[in-house]
Design a protein around this ligand. Structure first.
Ligand SMILES: Cc1cc2nc3c(=O)[nH]c(=O)nc-3n(C[C@H](O)[C@H](O)[C@H](O)COP(=O)(O)OP(=O)(O)OC[C@H]3O[C@@H](n4cnc5c(N)ncnc54)[C@H](O)[C@@H]3O)c2cc1C
Length: 370
């Protein structure tokens, strides 16, 4: 590793705790009072997402001079997730959007959007569930595009894309219909040919700005192309895409442990008969965190063994989230069954970690195929 690369890693080691610490403070003070509203869909926390961006939550994983390090981004996301799983998911959406722009070789795009996304001035997300499923042979690409002068014309619909609004952006992929190939681009929600339709209410995550998105022959100029062809780009960004999701899981598991600890005084005498105790989840969380931090230092690693480790970690993170939330419910008893208690919110959020792409079933297929 050259001197430049080393000093980059050292530099990343220093500010990481302060960004995550600052994010944790804002989450405790400003996000906690909004969490129930974000959960029930009455609040989309745009201002807070911008505030997190101002203190560096969306910028630390931007590669400079080569390597990238996702550790700080994941720790900041975990701090958010300890308070609100839905907002941690929006944090992942935003971080992923930043990751796309930062890795694009379209310099015009990187220059125009890089800072806006990484500071939170511009918000948005990612519509890669369908492409990620298509690349692993699960379903066909839903967006189609054809080359025209100065860009492409895109048509089709994506059923769910989150962290959106009228002035937001997201990265997604279409299949060329004029010749073989796929292209990754930034969709501009302000484009009148791109419409956002509200979704039916979800089990959780209703405040995440999630919409069905329709492209009615939308013109995508060359300036908004992230990668053409998309395949090599997806190979480059896919480990980061998946690893960043660990932040949602780590935060959620930490709060499930908090919940179990909170009821220990009144209920510890009977809860000790339950098979899974906070100490088990403390150990599990520590193990997952150590593995995540190790993999997050090296998101461009192209080795097959590394990729398998990333998939296996992501699978464990989803399963551990559901297990921790389930245990928190059992420890809480009737207290956690109240709608006003966050234990039941955590259970609903945990299922999202396990079903968001790549979902548990897709991860198992990927491991079986790898
Ligand atoms: C709250 C929420 C937010 C999401 N945000 C994003 C996002 O930001 N970006 C993104 O790319 N994806 C998003 N998704 C999609 C998500 O990542 C998964 O793709 C989705 O949960 C299904 O994954 P699966 O692998 O279990 O597929 P399955 O549930 O097995 O579904 C396979 C396919 O069936 C179809 N399908 C199933 N149910 C419905 C339905 N009710 N309406 C329409 N089609 C249906 C879809 O084509 C789907 O891809 C979101 C989903 C939810 C519930």
């Amino acid at each position: 590793m050259g001197t430049l690369a080393l000093s980059r890693v050292e530099a990343l080691d220093q500010p990481a705790p302060s960004i995550a610490g600052e994010v944790a403070r804002i989450a405790r003070e400003q996000l906690a009072p909004l969490a129930a509203g974000v959960d029930d869909g009455s609040v989309y926390p745009a201002e807070l997402l911008r505030r997190f961006g101002e203190v560096g939550a969306w910028g630390s994983h931007v590669p400079h001079e080569g390597p990238a390090d996702l550790r700080c981004a994941i720790q900041a996301m975990a701090a958010i997730g300890e308070v609100c799983g839905a907002t941690a998911f929006m944090a992942w959406c935003q971080n992923t959007l930043v990751w796309y722009a930062a890795n694009s070789t379209n310099m015009k795009l990187a220059k125009r959007f890089g800072d806006g996304f990484s500071t939170g001035r511009l918000l948005g997300g990612t519509g890669l569930s369908n492409p990620m499923k298509s690349f692993f042979g699960i379903e066909k690409l839903k967006l189609k595009g054809r080359k025209v002068e100065g860009g492409y014309v895109v048509r089709g619909a994506l059923p769910w894309v989150s962290n959106l609004g009228p002035d937001h952006y997201f990265g997604t992929i279409f299949e060329r219909e004029d010749e073989p190939g796929t292209v990754m681009f930034l969709a501009d929600c302000a484009d009148p040919a791109i419409t956002l339709a509200p979704c039916k209410p979800f089990l959780a995550m209703d405040g995440t700005g999630t919409y069905g998105v329709q492209f009615r022959d939308a013109f995508v100029p060359d300036d908004l192309i992230l990668a053409d062809p998309a395949a090599p780009f997806v190979k480059k960004i896919r480990a980061g895409f998946i690893l960043l999701q660990a932040g949602m899981a780590l935060g959620l598991i930490r709060d499930c442990i908090n919940i179990m600890d909170e009821v220990d005084r009144p209920l510890g005498h009977i809860n000790r008969y339950l098979p899974q105790q906070p100490v088990n989840f403390r150990d599990l969380a520590a193990e997952l965190e150590a593995e995540t931090m190790a993999l997050a230092r090296d998101p461009y690693n192209e080795e097959d063994t590394y990729w398998r480790k990333v998939i296996a970690l992501r699978l464990r993170a989803g399963e551990a989230s559901v297990a921790a939330a389930h245990a928190a419910m059992l420890h809480c008893g009737a207290r956690g069954y109240l709608k006003s208690h966050r234990a039941q919110r955590r259970l609903r959020e945990a299922y999202f970690v396990a079903i968001v792409t790549p979902a548990t079933k897709q991860l198992r297929k990927m491991l079986a195929d790898a």
